[in-house]
Design a protein around this ligand. Structure first.
Ligand code: SAM
Ligand code: SF4
Ligand code: SF4
Length: 373
């Protein structure tokens, strides 16, 4: 009989209070952290719920009907999210990614997208607004998302073989419906579309070549992600990680590849182009190749905790500032956020790279479904 694992501490409760510093930090768009890294990319989780149970993210044994999901009142409202997003943009954020849980489960998400699409950078440019989804509801929602101002989508898809895909999502969801969702996104103009495939050795590594063949020449960029030790519930083991170098070698053996230059600083994916010019793939090597040096990403959890690293053990409670008794001005909020970013020295992947395989870094980490990928 399998035992239910009960987390000792609910990580969501662990946070630092965000405070307004005595000396104001004006928003110049040039904010740097303790390692000199700018703030450019904000990932906003709009729900901690999901209709899939991918074993590497929300294993069924933990995320069952008794799991204490956040009540609606704990979630940031669209107005609160937009208020914070405007301040992040004043500090230099240029790209916003909506994520979750499954972001398309959040009711009326189009309204939030409309509000975010109206924001402008200090130079007066619109933001790059994108969304990561499991694709299950895309067929129904693609056109409305585009109309609201969403520019692109990234769809997670871990295989083309129906049996493998159903086993990966663990709710028996058919792959054909996700493929229809991708088609709908393409038809709606939500491109260039990216596909994320998490590779788990022994589970779906046999899908690497079928996926590469399928998306080659389609204009869609397929990206292979190393299975990461995020959260505390997925039972991560190093021997289930397939290093990106091996993924590239597997594809190259049948479909020759050449390495391409990075598209932008801080870009997580290493780019490889098909030698015949029919498109490109990406590999995200968060386990075997640290990329913290250029990490310019902040994450805002569903209930308004600011996380400075995917592997952080604490958030910074911005919701308490928004909802506290004293009404906080935009300048005070901006100063509070700036002070948090200025102290940031997180570089978990680099530190892990210097540890023996399977070593624990200590501390319980927050779940990916809570802060978003
Ligand atoms: N539900 C949406 C989806 O699946 O696209 C958005 C949220 S999901 C947490 C965001 C991304 O994180 C997905 O591409 C997913 O594959 C990835 N992810 C989740 N757990 C992971 C893990 N342990 N290692 C690597 N990637 C992971
Ligand atoms: Fe849901 Fe995305 Fe996590 Fe899969 S990876 S369980 S689809 S949040
Ligand atoms: Fe950024 Fe943390 Fe990932 Fe390093 S480990 S790249 S700091 S999110």
């Amino acid at each position: 009989m399998s035992e239910r694992v009960i987390p000792l501490i609910d990580q969501r409760l662990r946070s630092h209070a965000a405070t307004v510093p005595a000396v104001a930090v004006p928003a110049t768009g040039l904010l740097g952290d303790a390692l000199g890294r700018p703030l450019r990319d904000l990932r906003i989780s709009v729900t901690d719920r999901c209709n899939f149970r991918c074993s590497y993210c929300m294993p069924k044994s933990i995320f069952d009907k008794d799991y204490p999901y956040l009540p609606h009142s704990a979630l940031l409202s669209f107005e609160e999210i937009t208020r914070l997003a405007r301040i992040f943009v004043s500090h230099g954020v240029q790209k916003i990614r909506l994520t979750g849980g499954e972001p398309l489960l959040r009711k009326n998400l189009e309204i939030l997208i409309e509000q975010l699409a109206a924001l402008r950078t200090a130079e007066g440019r619109p933001l790059d607004i994108t969304l990561t989804t499991n694709g299950s509801l895309l067929q129904r929602k693609a056109a409305a998302l585009k109309a609201a101002g969403l520019q692109r989508v990234t769809v997670s898809l871990d295989g083309l073989d129906d049996a493998v895909f159903r086993a990966m999502n663990d709710v028996d969801f058919p792959v054909a419906d996700v493929l229809k969702g991708i088609e709908a996104a393409q038809a709606a103009g939500l491109g260039p579309i990216k596909i994320n495939m998490v590779v788990k050795r022994g589970t779906n590594h046999g899908q690497i070549l079928p996926m590469a063949r399928h998306f080659k020449g389609s204009g869609i960029v397929l990206r292979f992600i190393e299975y990461m030790d995020v959260g505390a519930t997925n039972g991560w083991r190093m021997d289930e990680v397939m290093p990106s170098a091996e993924v590239v070698k597997t594809i190259h053996s049948e479909l020759p590849l050449v390495q391409l230059d990075p598209a932008a600083p801080g870009e997580t994916a290493e780019r490889w182009g098909y030698a015949d010019g029919s498109g490109e793939i990406g590999v995200i090597s968060s386990v075997t190749q640290a990329f913290c040096r250029d990490c310019n990403r902040a994450r805002l959890s569903t209930e308004g905790q600011l996380y400075l690293c995917l592997f952080a053990t604490h958030g910074h409670d911005l919701r308490q500032l928004l909802r506290g008794d004293a009404s906080v001005s935009e300048e005070q909020l901006a100063s509070a956020i700036a002070a948090i970013w200025q102290r940031r020295d997180d570089r978990y992947s680099e530190l892990r790279a210097s540890m023996p395989p399977d070593a624990s870094t200590g501390g319980r980490r927050v779940e990916m479904s809570y802060i978003g990928g």
